[in-house]
Design a binder for this molecule. Sequence first.
Ligand SMILES: NC(=O)c1ccc[n+]([C@@H]2O[C@H](COP(=O)([O-])OP(=O)(O)OC[C@H]3O[C@@H](n4cnc5c(N)ncnc54)[C@H](OP(=O)(O)O)[C@@H]3O)[C@@H](O)[C@H]2O)c1
Length: 264
Amino acid sequence: MSRFSWKGQWALVTGASSGIGQAMARELAAGGAKLVLTARRADRLQAFAAELSTEFSTEVEIFAADLEKPEAPAEILEFTNSKSINPALLVNNAGFGIFGEFREMDLARQLAMIQVNCSAVVAMTSLYLPAMIARGSGDVLIVASTASFQAVPYQTAYAATKAFDLIFAEGIAEEVKRFGVRVCALCPGQTKSEFHEIANEPIPKQMSVHTAREVARIGLDAMAAGKHHVICGVSNRLGMELQRLAPRRLVTAISERMFRPSGE
Ligand SMILES: NC(=O)c1ccc[n+]([C@@H]2O[C@H](COP(=O)([O-])OP(=O)(O)OC[C@H]3O[C@@H](n4cnc5c(N)ncnc54)[C@H](OP(=O)(O)O)[C@@H]3O)[C@@H](O)[C@H]2O)c1
């Protein structure tokens, strides 16, 4: 199974205090990987690290950091360097969304989202890539979304950050494959986690929902197989393929109907 691909090696997971990041960390620990977990909520990281190291007898380090702060990625690198940890796998998972009408959204919150979802992903990848290239091996998994493939009204800036993540991952993947480094974008559809509550976003009824564990497994399988991107679930894959045949504006209009806040 793919989760054993990093057995005995270090994996660094951002956004490991909840949802997909937590599920990813659990799968990796079950596969014998050693872990560095980061997120803002130190209490959660601490409890989760204790749980993982007891259950799977593996080493787990935690480092609390706020990726809204531009200096956070360098602080994470400084921490891993201070422990002589060279991650074989970097999972850029931390992220959040904002749901609602763009004209009513708080600008500072949107810019913070761009910082966490995009700038921090670029910074983390940029900081950990050189050691991977020097070693001639390393994996970077970037959590994008099915929102990466088209505009999504009422999550307009969020979808744009996820489009960035996908395009960034695919570009870097081609650039670094000749150095033995693999990069993969994981594109989940609706997934059970704290995401929707934080984004204040209702899940449209017609959408299928994955568990964080299913998504984590799909992502690690794809990473281990050297894919450049993976879309979670047959219906999401089919949906993404079919919509490529339709006019972009029509796809956006349908999406507007699906996501329009209720009562309007
Ligand atoms: N759930 C979905 O339907 C869905 C679908 C497609 C893609 N995704 C993507 O999946 C990724 C994980 O989301 P999730 O669904 O697992 O949501 P989640 O349960 O809310 O988890 C988000 C994680 O990101 C961390 N995070 C948020 N802001 C941060 C910050 N400023 N600094 C450091 N860490 C921060 C959170 O930790 P702290 O709060 O402790 O900092 C938490 O661990 C995101 O990139 C999201 O865009 C989710």
